[in-house]
Structure formats: structure tokens, C-alpha cells
Write a protein that binds this ligand. Structure first.
Ligand code: AMP
Length: 125
């Protein structure tokens, strides 16, 4: 069920629980700004999620309110994870779903990294 990305941040969301270590995840990378882990229901050979450590609902919330340091740290972390996964040479896809039309289901900003196979065109019918 897609979320309303205009609502305030909800500390009970599942990625907040992962960040707090309350539920397990398969960690891929962590630094001051970001945490990356494997998607529990992978949609490609490689499907990794990268989340900022700050309390941001969506890309809209993050881009409007995060500090330059948070934004820079998060963007660099996404690139670091993709490089560490060996995805640069053959390429990969980043995706951030936002709100109802975007199909966002978890109310903590996350960027999907897909790779390890040809990914087709941008949007499936
Ligand atoms: P989105 O539709 O962009 O909000 O995507 C949410 C993603 O989170 C989906 O790809 C889910 O498979 C993934 N997901 C949900 N719960 C977990 C979890 N506990 N650990 C890892 N990935 C999860």
C-alpha cells in the first residue's frame, strides 16, 4: 500500500527499526550519513537499498530539509555502494519511489540500486 509522502516522519517505519538495530538486515555498507542493505524481495540479480541516517520521509523531504553535508554524504554513499558491488562497468539503475504515484511503501527515504543484469527500459506497463 503506497504511503502519503507528505505526512510527518514516522519513527515506527521498518527502515527506522533497521537503523536502530531492532530488526535484522543484510548490511552492505555504513558510514556517518547512510546505511545500505540488501532488499528482502530482490527484483534484480543485485538489489540493494541505501537510506540516509536522518529522519526523512522521501526525496522531496530530504531535498528540501537535509543539510548540504547530509545530501553530499548520502549521494556519495550511493555511488560507493554501486562501485563496491562492481556495477560501474556494465551499468546499473537507481530508483527512488516517492508517494502514491511513485508506489512508495516504506516511509523512510530509500534509493534502490538495481544491477547485475540488463534492466530493460525505464517503466514497465
Ligand atoms: P518502495 O516501494 O520504494 O517503498 O520499496 C520498499 C522496498 O523495501 C521493497 O523493495 C521491499 O522489498 C523492501 N523491504 C521491505 N521490508 C524490508 C526489510 N525488512 N528488509 C529489506 N528490504 C525490505
Amino acid at each position: 500500500m503506497p504511503i502519503d509522502a507528505t505526512l510527518p516522519y514516522d519513527d515506527a517505519n521498518i527502515f527506522a527499526k533497521i537503523l536502530r538495530g531492532e530488526i535484522p538486515s543484510t548490511k552492505v555498507y555504513e558510514d556517518e550519513w547512510a546505511f545500505a542493505f540488501e532488499d528482502i524481495n530482490p527484483q534484480a540479480e543485485i538489489h540493494t537499498l541505501v537510506i540516509p541516517k536522518g529522519r526523512y520521509v522521501s526525496w522531496d523531504d530530504f531535498s528540501a530539509k537535509a543539510s548540504d553535508a547530509e545530501i553530499g554524504g548520502f549521494v556519495r554513499a550511493v555511488g560507493t555502494v554501486a562501485r563496491a558491488k562492481g556495477l560501474v562497468e556494465l551499468g546499473y539503475r537507481l530508483l527512488a519511489n516517492i508517494g502514491a504515484h511513485g508506489g512508495q511503501e516504506v516511509s523512510h527515504l530509500h534509493v534502490h540500486i538495481f544491477g547485475g543484469q540488463p534492466l530493460g527500459r525505464m517503466i514497465s506497463a
